[in-house]
Design a protein around this ligand. Structure first.
Ligand code: HEC
Length: 119
């Protein structure tokens, strides 16, 4: 699985609220934040907290390749593992690379269709 063997939830702040419209949501305004937390279930059925994945829409010119998204990976203990154009930026380059494949959709993948709940 893309984000490791994890279970995920996606959250969006108010600025990014159009995220719930999924592919129809259009381009995100600057300041949009989309966070995805994760946890995994071990063979003995214990729940283990996983990393927090964050995308934040930055002003134009922040980073052309990432579509001006800043990617941050926060470890379960709360420490920042890396962030685009910040400390340890190289550790989150793979985020940009993979999300770039979704550049037609403003670098967002959304929940896989098979897992969506229709309202
Ligand atoms: C191999 C491809 C791949 C890599 C690498 C990757 N992602 Fe994703 N990401 C996806 C896919 C596919 C989805 C949509 C499915 C889901 O939510 O799990 C997604 C969803 C997300 C979302 C929810 C917004 C959206 O696109 O729908 C965030 C936030 C996110 N990723 C952040 C990150 C961060 C931060 C990193 C690096 C630490 C990262 N991703 C690395 C493929 C990738």
């Amino acid at each position: 699985m893309t984000h490791g063997n994890h279970y995920l939830n996606n959250y969006a702040n108010d600025t990014a609220s159009a995220y719930r419209n999924l592919e129809d949501a259009g381009k995100k305004p600057v300041g949009s934040v989309i966070a995805k937390d994760s946890f995994s279930v071990t063979q003995s059925k214990a729940i283990v907290l996983g990393p927090l994945f964050i995308m934040e829409k930055m002003p134009s010119g922040f980073n052309y390749v990432s579509g001006d998204w800043k990617y941050t990976l926060i470890q379960p203990d709360g420490t920042v593992f890396g962030e685009t154009r910040g400390a340890n930026a190289e550790r989150v380059e793979y985020c940009i690379a993979c999300h770039l494949a979704a550049s037609q959709k403003n670098h967002l993948y959304f929940i896989p269709e098979d897992y969506r709940i229709t309202h």
